[in-house]
Write a protein that binds this ligand. Structure first.
Ligand code: THU
Length: 164
């Protein structure tokens, strides 16, 4: 038996004033995206803004459904919008924020495993890292330089041995 260890590095900021201009703008756009959240069931709004290498920005928000599992997270709404409309685009960075009237959110809300898996595949497909910012409207921001830091053990086909 071998005991192995993985280290991840992430950045922590106290507020938008500590970010560079591009990241500040992306966080602000993720906040704007909250307004299109359709979340009558959870009453938990999630907004995402994704910056492409072309300079364009794509927004997403969570979209729920009375048949609960049919809804989709904000991150996947935005990522699949890019897949469908900008299939060759390179994603540079994405910002995610959340809001609810039911309680105060004190820390950045991080993405669910399903969204991380989808982000990981976009990153692998484009062969360039995607920066991810989790923005708490109260101020704190967490940033990673790559999805790899969030999901080092994503499901990838190169771990599946081909039978010949
Ligand atoms: N949600 C997201 O949009 N992103 C995540 O990463 C986790 C959760 C949404 C799904 C649902 O509409 C609401 O938040 C409550 O779970």
């Amino acid at each position: 038996m071998k005991l192995l260890n993985l280290n991840i590095t992430f950045e922590q900021y106290n507020g938008l004033q500590e970010l560079n201009e591009q990241d500040t703008m992306l966080c602000q756009l993720s906040e704007q995206a909250l307004s299109t959240s359709y979340s009558p069931y959870s009453k938990f709004r999630v907004g995402t803004a994704i910056r492409l290498q072309s300079g364009e920005t794509v927004l997403g928000s969570n979209q729920e459904n009375l048949a609960y599992p049919s809804g989709l997270c904000a991150e996947r709404v935005a990522l699949f919008t890019i897949g469908a409309n900008y299939p060759n685009a390179v994603i540079e960075s994405m910002a995610i924020t959340a809001q609810t009237d039911n309680f105060e959110i004190l820390k950045p809300v991080t993405s669910c495993g399903g969204c991380l898996q989808v982000m990981a595949e976009f990153e692998r497909k484009q062969g360039l890292p995607i920066e991810v910012l989790f923005y708490c409207l109260n101020g704190e921001i967490l940033k990673v330089q790559s999805v790899q830091s969030l999901l080092p053990f994503s499901f990838v086909e190169d771990r599946l041995a081909a039978r010949v």
